[in-house]
Design a protein around this ligand. Structure first.
Ligand SMILES: [Zn+2]
Length: 214
């Protein structure tokens, strides 16, 4: 019944774990592991040892804890700055006139801290999902804003959505006299938010990849 013996399987396990065996050998080893508890135990030990060695810095619990705590503090700080930026710029953006220097600085802070928030969130699935969804909504509202200002159309509800997610945060860009108005502002916001969508999507995919490897 047995195709290969235990001592052969044990010799081949390192090659099997490295995926260096032929398909036929791998299939035979798998068949053996299913029926032989001793070899299966050895395989699991070897496999987890290799994974632990490979991810050793990740599993240093004290370091991981400190790293996680710093990340969480960074994320909370970044979110606080982001919300403050939107609130500070919202009154000016609703008036519709040209932005001041303070609004411009606030917009720079918003761009920097949203980027920090996304980078710090890349190890936490709910946060990176949140970053992706908000980035996508910001991109859509910037893009809709761009179309609406280009075609000179507007609506109250869409104006509110665009204002919260894109108009207020990026209002400071209107500080520059070279910018013709909201149209150019939305065009720049569309490009920046698209970059955030791609960045968040990339981190999310990277996180999923890491989860399947572990
Ligand atoms: Zn065996």
């Amino acid at each position: 019944m047995e195709k290969i013996k235990c001592y052969l399987v044990r010799d081949l396990l390192p090659l099997y774990i490295d995926k260096a065996c032929s398909e036929q050998t791998s299939a035979d080893i798998e068949e053996h592991l299913e029926s032989c508890a001793d070899c299966r135990k050895l395989y699991e030990e070897m496999n987890s040892n290799i994974l632990t060695a490979f991810h050793a810095p990740e599993f240093d619990s004290k370091k991981t804890f400190r790293h996680a705590r710093n990340s969480i503090l960074g994320i909370i700080l970044a979110l606080a700055v982001i919300i403050s930026c939107v609130v500070i710029n919202s009154s000016g953006s609703w008036m519709g006139g040209r932005a001041g220097l303070v609004n411009f600085i606030v917009t720079v802070f918003y761009i920097v801290f949203w980027s920090i928030f996304t980078i710090k969130s890349r190890r936490y699935e709910p946060l990176i999902k949140f970053s992706f969804i908000i980035s996508l909504l910001s991109f859509l509202s910037s893009f809709i804003g761009l179309i609406m200002t280009s075609l000179h159309i507007g609506g109250f509800i869409s104006a509110i959505l665009i204002s919260i997610l894109s108009g207020s945060p990026f209002y400071g860009l209107y500080f520059f006299t070279a910018l013709g108005g909201w149209n150019d502002l939305y065009a720049i916001a569309t490009i920046i938010t698209l970059a955030w969508v791609i960045l968040a999507w990339h981190y999310w995919a990277e996180l999923k990849q890491m989860q399947t490897e572990l």
